[in-house]
Design a protein around this ligand. Structure first.
Ligand SMILES: NC(=O)C1=CN([C@@H]2O[C@H](COP(=O)(O)OP(=O)(O)OC[C@H]3O[C@@H](n4cnc5c(N)ncnc54)[C@H](OP(=O)(O)O)[C@@H]3O)[C@@H](O)[C@H]2O)[C@H](O)CC1
Ligand SMILES: [K+]
Length: 512
């Protein structure tokens, strides 16, 4: 499913109207009707529904919804925020249809009308927010802002059309009030704002409504951002041949752990094993080795002298591995920088850099571009901020652009973690993960992801699919555990490795 910017959505819409010849009022009919079909399955017949309509096409969708609600016997109260004369084009077409069907409209044009508007609101059980959609420019103007504040203050549940009003479609920083929706009905394509913070926090639940935009229009303005879904996982997850053997599923090395953090190495190791890697070696300080080995008996061990202050602490035969993961629990000793340089220069296979494996990377970015084999970075927003010299807030506001620029500049695969983890390929293609929940917001879950990433990268045909599937499975395990236990806390990283095979089985057997 394509994720769009404001400009792409407008261009797709124009293409459908001008090049394909679909009328704008037809798309508006589809939008309103589609949302109505969802609403009728959740609204009680005796509920009083307020419909708040702005002067643009988002408001036009509101007229269509109101017409269907009225026709199906729902009690509706329709308010236009602005002058009647401001409603033009397709929206005027549907306003007329609504009125000719017997509907009536109230108007709030200035502050003086706010009392009446608020009085009306007190009678509503739910409200439909069709005030502003993708067309908003800047912060809402003062009167619209007052309306948004009244809506939020009222505590009446809000169902937003396309976007919670006030939210800019491209995300970014938001310092004004926006409608806080209980649910948002996204029209055809999710907008960037749904996956950046703080804009995402206004959406509530999200349902996507197909409004019949042609594939040709979507393809003509493809921003190369997609949502990665169960169906994608099932299509791309590699099935094992009956003739395969341990050498067919990748030979990996995990460089992880330190005296103080042996657990990180345990988690990454167990995750890689559970995720099906063929052969795995672990390189960790002698002091941590026995703990790691105790928890992951299937791996082989290549301990190094923890006191060695140079890159010599790494195994000699790096080129014998198909892939190396570097970072979980290694700490920030000086030797770590030397090891990083050696790995960047000498690994011929896949290189995964995570956690403190990323700490010194901002001083060696030039070495990334010189690598001829795939490099995968797995930063959380704090690590990403350090890599690009920005603030965490900048990363949260602008994660799509920032990740794309970085991946293209340095030729790397990037897994930018967080809610809606974002995978970016060196050619700039992007995929947003659709699984996971706050149960993952604990120490150690990132180490588990690194193990899965290494194992999947060595087993999939395409690295990008491997990474999307790794984050999808990681989030899916957490979703399964949270569902089974009815909690989002108390689930720890090692639970994820235990639950991995069962979750994978469910994913692969489930029909989409
Ligand atoms: N293909 C589709 O996705 C379809 C989408 N539809 C719906 O249409 C909206 C987008 O419609 P658009 O008319 O482009 O924009 P809006 O309705 O969101 O808002 C535009 C009006 O709002 C005014 N405006 C702009 N900025 C502000 C602001 N900061 N404060 C207050 N008002 C603002 C603007 O006024 P101007 O004076 O600036 O012209 C416009 O009047 C999309 O989200 C869908 O819901 C179609 O129904 C079908 C196809
Ligand atoms: K809206």
């Amino acid at each position: 499913m394509q994720i769009v910017s404001r400009e792409e959505m407008q261009a797709i819409d124009r293409h459908a109207i001008e090049s394909i010849g679909l009328g704008g009022h037809l798309l508006m009919e589809n939008a309103g009707r589609g949302i109505f079909e969802h609403l009728r399955s959740i609204l009680g017949q005796d509920e009083r529904i307020g419909v708040i309509i702005g002067k643009g096409n988002n408001g036009g969708d509101g007229f269509v919804i109101a017409r269907y609600l009225r026709d199906h016997g729902y009690s509706t109260d329709v308010w236009v925020i602005g002058e009647a004369a401001a409603i033009i084009g397709d929206s005027a077409y549907h306003k007329a249809a609504f009125e000719r069907s017997g509907g009536s409209v109230s108007y709030a044009t200035e502050e003086a009308a706010l009392n009446d508007f608020e009085k009306a609101m007190r009678q509503w059980d739910v409200m439909i927010d069709a005030l502003l959609g993708t067309g908003i420019k800047g912060a809402p103007r003062p009167f619209y802002l007052r309306i948004i504040q009244c809506m939020n203050k009222s505590q009446v549940p809000v169902y937003s059309v396309d976007m919670p009003s006030g939210v800019p479609a491209n995300g970014g920083s938001v310092s004004h009030d926006c409608v806080k929706a209980l649910r948002t009905y996204t029209l055809q394509c999710p907008k960037i704002a749904q996956f950046t913070f703080p804009s995402a926090s206004y959406y509530g639940e999200v349902a996507v409504v197909d409004i019949g935009l042609p594939q040709a229009s979507l393809k003509a303005h493809d921003g190369k951002r997609r949502l990665w879904l169960k169906d994608d996982f099932q299509k791309t997850y590699p099935r094992r041949s009956v003739f395969s053997h341990k050498g067919s599923h990748g030979k990996g090395l995990i460089v992880a752990g330190s005296e103080d953090m042996p657990g990180a190495a345990v988690l990454a190791t167990r995750a890689a094993l559970r995720a099906g890697i063929g052969l795995l070696s672990v390189s960790a300080p002698n002091s941590a080795k026995s703990i790691i080995a105790h928890h992951a008996v299937e791996a082989m061990y290549d301990p190094f002298d923890y006191r060695a202050q140079t890159a010599d602490a790494l195994p000699k035969q790096l080129s014998t591995y198909d892939g190396v993961a570097f970072g979980p629990g290694i700490g920030r000793a000086e030797r770590v920088e030397d090891q990083l340089i050696k790995l960047l220069n000498n690994t011929d296979g896949v290189l995964v850099l995570d956690a403190d494996g990323l700490f010194y990377l901002n001083q060696h970015l030039d070495k990334l571009s010189q690598r001829s084999s795939p490099t995968i970075l797995t930063p959380h927003p704090g690590e990403m901020a350090r890599l690009v010299g920005a603030t965490i807030k900048d990363v949260e506001n602008n994660r799509f652009e920032m990740a794309r620029t970085f991946s293209k500049t340095y030729g790397v695969y990037l897994i930018l973690k967080g809610p809606n983890t974002l995978v970016t390929a060196p050619d700039g293609q992007q995929w947003v993960n659709s699984t996971g929940n706050p149960a993952l917001a604990n120490g150690g879950t990132g180490d588990v992801l690194t193990g899965i990433v290494l194992a999947f990268a060595l087993q999939h045909k395409r690295i990008s699919a491997a990474l999307c599937n790794a984050v999808y499975l990681h989030g899916f395990i957490a979703d399964q555990l949270s569902q089974e236990l009815s909690v989002q806390s108390g689930i720890v990283a090692s639970d994820l490795t235990v639950a991995l095979p069962e979750a994978l089985g469910k994913l692969l057997s489930a029909t989409t």
